[in-house]
Write a protein that binds this ligand. Structure first.
Ligand code: PMP
Length: 432
């Protein structure tokens, strides 16, 4: 994967500048530190420290989980004891190492070779990428801060950001995501040395939820350069990275990160399991450490059981097997996407407008002649037995009327999608 390097000289980041008072005040838990130390020690160590329960008292003994494309995941009695026990807050070491290698191989981040203080690439496991995002926002966003993002956006992001009392500033976007010229225009409200300038920019670079938009390499490069000028961090929320239908995949922000200003969230939800809740935060060590301190104080760690289960599968597949799994998933969603786009052409031509997504699970439809889709969906869609998400839930201000709806092509069969669009067409005709 090619790496796009910035043109400004590398900057020494002052990470303390970005932290909220809450995040800066977090201290390592002494007990957690002991637990982690104990888990790295040889078995001859006799520990009376820590408060771990005795797993011999637990009812679960062993497990064999069949895997579709590879050997079964087997939890011997010893592994099961480990799976049922507390573990390190940043994630179990074998999963972290596997993922760090993958991240380096896929993105070749310049920061991988940096010293820790200079923003060396680090990672932690999170309980889905949602946990990572929520904790990253809490680490960086103060009440009254201006936070930049391209709306419409993922409601989970708005749910995590809005209660922090920040001012969410929309950066206009199109079918290729955030528009760099528009970002430049938005940023021109501030001087690059103004202490009140935005510190954080958030975007979903691939298969955006809800728009399906994916950013080109050139756009990312321009956005990264603007982030450098204004010394902003970029949160690259990329759960649909592995659901890009066309190769080669565009380089990520992480791959361009000469300064150590990218915080990337990855997710296994769309490719291995959403219910296991496995995600990752990748970013400069001083910031990932803050996220881990928050984890220490909240969930303590992502389930050891699910981490071990995923780690075993990854180790038995190797990177090649993992990428084969990704290809199978992509093939599935590509067919689903094609089915949805072809049904849209068949039933919705003249009644709606859309762009075929090159990644993700969603088609974003602008309904012709409908000012606000909320009423249509809430009052009439169920009558016609078709359900879509009204577009306003993805807006910064959900009171604004919105002519869009989001259709997911992940779960319904091509036949159901076709029938759903036939029903939607009738609904639009009656309402317009
Ligand atoms: N970001 C985006 C853009 C998403 O669409 C989702 C899931 N819908 C998430 C983050 C959270 O995913 P998870 O917590 O399951 O990894």
């Amino acid at each position: 994967m090619s790496v796009v390097r910035g043109s400004l000289p590398t900057r020494n980041m002052n990470y303390a500048r970005f932290l909220t008072a809450v995040s800066a005040a977090r201290k390592p838990s002494p007990i957690r530190m002991l637990t982690e130390l104990q888990q790295r020690s040889p078995p001859s160590l006799i520990s009376l420290a820590g408060g771990a329960p005795n797993p011999d008292t637990f009812p679960f003994e062993s497990a064999v989980i069949k895997v579709k494309n590879g050997p079964a995941v087997t939890f011997s009695q010893a592994t099961m004891k480990r799976a049922l026990q507390y573990s390190a807050s940043n994630g179990i070491p074998e999963l972290l190492t596997w993922m760090k290698n993958l991240q380096k191989d896929l993105h070749n981040p310049p920061t991988a070779a940096y010293s820790p203080e200079k923003g060396q690439m680090d990672m932690c496991v999170t309980t889905g990428s949602q946990e990572g995002l929520c904790k990253v926002f809490e680490m960086l966003v103060n009440p009254g801060d201006d936070v930049l993002l391209d709306s419409p956006t993922y409601p989970g992001t708005l749910a995590a950001l809005q209660p922090l009392g920040c001012n969410i500033v929309n950066v206009p976007s199109d079918q290729h995501g955030m528009i760099p010229a528009a970002l430049k225009e938005v940023l021109s409200r501030w001087d690059p040395s103004d202490s009140r300038r935005p510190k954080v920019l958030y975007t979903i670079p691939n298969g955006g939820n809800p728009t399906g938009a994916s950013m080109t390499a050139q756009r990312k490069k321009e956005v990264y350069e603007l982030a450098r000028i204004y010394d902003m961090l970029i949160i690259e929320d990329d759960p649909y990275y592995f659901l890009q239908f066309d190769k080669p995949w565009a380089p990520t922000f992480l791959s361009m990160d000469v300064d150590g200003r990218i915080i990337r969230t990855d997710s296994f939800s769309k490719i291995l399991s959403s219910g296991l809740r496995i995600g990752f935060v990748t970013g400069p060590k001083p910031l990932v450490e803050r996220v881990v301190l928050h984890i220490q104080a909240s969930t303590m760690h992502t389930s050891t059981f699910t981490q071990l289960m995923v780690s075993q599968v990854l180790h038995s597949w190797g990177q090649e097997g993992f990428l084969q799994q990704i290809d199978r998933v992509i093939e599935f969603y590509r067919k689903q996407r094609d089915a949805m786009v072809s049904s849209a052409h068949k039933w919705l031509t003249g009644l709606a407008k859309w762009h075929a997504p090159s990644a993700g699970m969603f088609l974003w439809l602008e309904l012709t002649g409908i000012r606000d889709t909320r009423q249509l969906i809430v009052e009439k869609a169920l009558e016609k037995e078709v359900l879509l998400v009204p577009g306003d839930v993805f807006l910064i201000n959900s009171d604004e009327p919105c002519p869009y709806v989001r259709a997911a092509f992940s779960l319904a069969t091509p036949e159901q999608i076709d029938e759903a669009f036939r029903r939607l067409a009738n609904l639009i005709r009656e309402a317009a």
